[in-house]
Write a protein that binds this ligand. Structure first.
Ligand code: 5GP
Ligand code: ZN
Length: 134
């Protein structure tokens, strides 16, 4: 059995090659070339229902701009990054989890579990979330 990190690195290389060949999944969903449940959209970002939810509320706040991860020129995207968090907070309120609690997560690269290389903020809530995360 290969170590998990090796499996993740192989999977991520595969995903990046698929993106190169067919285009990024989130860019295709934003362009309505691939189906996805979009709950909110503005000129900077859109909010997508996660296809494999890890909590009763599991939304993805995704910039229209294709940025591969938080590693990519974060200093130049400060306003956009702030906007993504503000939209996450607004969606938490809309989903009725602002009072009970929620978590926003940005997985970056293989050890953190990033699998889609288009920056996105996870909004998770609707159940008790353990700490530290696995
Ligand atoms: P990451 O693992 O990169 O932090 O998060 C990627 C997220 O995107 C995962 O939670 C995964 O379930 C979700 N995802 C991957 N492909 C699709 C898709 O085609 N549609 C939707 N709605 N979510 C997706
Ligand atoms: Zn993209």
């Amino acid at each position: 059995m290969l170590p998990e990190i090796v499996i993740r690195l192989i999977y991520n290389a595969y995903r990046k090659e698929m993106d190169r060949m067919f285009g990024c999944i989130f860019c295709r969903i934003a362009a309505r070339e691939k189906p996805g449940k979009i709950l909110y959209e503005d000129e900077k970002c859109f909010v997508l229902q996660d296809i494999n939810p890890q909590a009763p509320v599991h939304l993805l706040v995704i910039p229209h701009r294709h940025i591969t991860s938080l590693n990519e020129d974060s200093d130049q995207h400060k306003e956009l990054l702030g906007h993504l968090l503000a939209v996450a907070a607004r969606m938490a309120k809309q989903q009725g989890i602002d009072g009970t609690g929620y978590r926003v997560v940005i997985n970056t690269n293989a050890e953190a579990g990033q699998t889609v290389f288009h920056l996105h903020v996870h909004l998770l809530g609707g159940r008790v979330l353990r700490w530290p995360p696995g």
